[in-house]
Design a protein around this ligand. Structure first.
Ligand code: AMP
Ligand code: ZN
Length: 142
């Protein structure tokens, strides 16, 4: 990774900027989305930088999906939302805004009318921090 590499998720992975981390293994980390579509929105991210699904190594992609399942189970246990979407965007036309590949675990509420190309509205950081703790605990108990 060069100094010129300006990727916000690499900075989170390296601990250069803070995040509400809920899970980490050798290939991935998972942290709370700070602009959640609903409470409990989490991103699962490969540690190795790749821009999108075309670049990511298959074993890193597999690790993201395995861990997205673990995260979804923890979200289900803690929040019991009306539903959960697993979503991943490639390219601006698909609504991708951060060009380090990531898998969204998106809790849904009936009638939330979520759009795939959405506005980013900051969540309540206190609530995000509290949920991060609960979801981390649920993941440790799996
Ligand atoms: P996408 O639009 O699919 O590329 O998703 C990028 C996601 O990253 C959005 O849901 C943002 O809210 C989220 N995001 C951007 N910066 C941060 C950050 N520093 N910490 C947590 N989530 C972030
Ligand atoms: Zn990156």
């Amino acid at each position: 990774m060069t100094a010129a590499h300006d990727c916000i998720f690499c900075k989170i992975i390296n601990g250069d900027i803070p995040s509400f981390k809920v899970f980490e293994d050798d290939k991935t980390i998972a942290f709370m989305d700070i602009n959640p579509v609903n409470p409990g929105h989490i991103l699962v991210v490969p540690k190795a930088h790749a821009s999108n699904i075309f670049e990511i190594a298959p074993d890193d992609w597999a690790a993201c999906m395995v861990n997205a399942q673990k995260v979804a189970k923890a979200v289900q246990q803690v929040l019991a939302p009306d539903g959960i979407n697993i979503m991943q965007a490639n390219g601006t036309g698909a609504g991708q805004s951060v060009f380090h590949v990531h898998v969204h675990v998106m809790p849904r509420q009936s009638g939330d009318d979520l759009k795939m190309n959405r506005e980013y509205i900051p969540g309540d950081m206190e609530e995000i921090a509290q949920l991060a703790e609960k979801i981390t605990t649920a993941l440790l108990e799996q």
